[in-house]
Design a protein around this ligand. Sequence first.
Ligand code: SF4
Length: 712
Amino acid sequence: PELTRQQMRQSTCPYCGVGCGVDISCNVTGGAVSLDKITGTPEHPANHGRLCVKGTNLLETNDLKGRLLHPTVAGEKVAWDTATNLIADKISQTIAQFGADAVAFYVSGQLLTEDYYIANKLMKGFIGSANIDTNSRLCMSSAVAAYKRAFGEDVVPCNYTDIETTDLLVLTGSNTAWAHPVLFQRIARAKQRNPTMKVVVIDPRKTETCTIADLHLPLKGGSDVALFNGLLRYAHSNKQINSARVATYAQGLDAAIAAAKPWDLSAVAQYCDLDIEDVRTFFTWFSQAPSAVTFYSMGVNQSSQGVDKANAIINCHLAFEQIGRVGTGPFSITGQPNAMGGREVGGLANMLVAHMDIENEAHRTRVKEFWQAPSLCETQGLKAVDMFDAMALGKIKFVWIMGTNPVVSMPHRERVEAALRKCDTVVVSDIVATNDTLAFADIALPATGWSEKDGMVTNSERRMSRQRGILPPPGEAKHDWQIMCDVANKLGYLDAFSYSHPGQIFDEFARLTACENKNERLLNLAPLVGMSQTQYDNFSPLQWPLKEGDDGTLHSVRPFSSLIFPTPNGKARCIAVTPAQPTQRTCKQYPYVLNSGRARDQWHTMTRTGKTAKLHAAMPHATVTIHPDDAKALGIKQHSYAQLSSAVSKEEPCIFPVKLDKGIRKGDLFVPIHWSATWGSHSKLAKLYASATDAISGQPELKHAAVSLGPK
Ligand code: SF4
């Protein structure tokens, strides 16, 4: 018998933006490798050896059951050549007949940086449209727009180590305990070690995260701008803002303070429906804290005023000089493993690669020359919701969806289904053989998944880590970048898409970040240019911005520690913001506010985490959480069923088992996002949401639908 030997490989967990390092012990017998055990990487700076329940059970979800293993056309197995020839023909025909803007890519924060780079290069440089958007639009595009408005560049100015060094941690719109568990554990440990550290949780729901809170502000959903404007006004009235000092590094403070003028304590308490003394306590703590960090995620971003909310937070950090120092900063925590990498390569319809701008002619010329691109896009493309709307109207004729399940995750499911039905050619690349979106695919392409593919991911604190291919591609599966390069070659772009290893793609991207970049943009990976394949394979986690020490070693620099920002005059911008009501407002017919979010043990639409019974144990199915008083008034009992309808769900209501909880505000409801009919849910949550979006970021309002509620 052949001897089995053990081998240790390192990679990164694919489930969230914390970006935990994982050690995988493998059994190698002859040429065959199998994954045996997974533990957290002790030396990885994101997790120091810790994993949450999803990471711990990662190998349980990694089998080949349910995998898509062969390309198919109209459900029939075909050769790769047939599939990619057909895709290239369809793209060419669509461009010839309807123009480049009739082609669209809808991609994913699950893609690795190299995949994302190739998708963006093919669409924006060679197909000639910016119609490439991503499920990250649903996740953090409001945070991106707010950083860009305030700092001139999409730069997250914080590190995870700020958790251990801050005096005040504010978590707003973030159930960190469930959505980013390893970070939550880190906060809990920091608080244990430093009992003077305070934690404030701002959330309409009393979530698990509140277990470590010194103060919980259960504000009315959507009222965040009033709260942070109130904080600005409070500090200004109490002469706690040194305007002259702030003016040396930020502009617009006077206008922001003027916009905040109506928001005194009682106005804030009334508008946000909070206890006035709790509001005063928060304002006092923030304005007196030697250092403060504000974590924010979907509760802020997934809103029709998401960008303003994030800017209201950033305004306070600029005004209180809580930025650029250890233990300070406005910290957007991303949901997906590589949403940040997607941002870096410009994987959103309104961005160009390497933090350059589509609207900037010099940037376009630079990218066009660098790529030797025949037809670089000249204007922004369609953001996710607009993209599917354009499809429904027959303006987009070809769509290629990669690594995401928009039929379940996008708002207004019926509209998304209608769009896919209307579209002439729907191509879906995925690792699974069936899901709600694949049901609409004309062409289905088997992609490699975690543990099979090599590439880079960037976590919430700008730290790049490697995901590593350990197992061979199953069946006929190919890497996403390879599939796209095959199609690009058949479109005639042979020279620009001839890579043999993802390290070559990363090197090209790194060179582009450094191209004519005399540090106008902080995303400058010049020190990583020219890595050999071995160096790329052995890459250790690194945070940008990078600096080379005298001894040649690379280390990270804190963004904005010099208080110089990547704007034309070097100053950050405070933005005058005014609270606005959510778009999907309650009314007599739909009097309840539907909030949605993650459960601790599931991931996205459960195509991976749904495979293991262990992860179903804590929450076996989707429930609707209702305040006991609301339930009583409607005759709804614990563990019975309730039905929800909205203006867009048509006649078919959504039905969920009931969970009563005093931790939810009266008038609010909560349903986790993950379950669909595939996983035994009676309902499709996305049916209830209208496609309301933030006017700047295009991010859908997924925290605030107006619905009716009744017993089933
Ligand atoms: Fe994976 Fe996120 Fe859990 Fe870390 S916290 S193990 S990255 S799911």
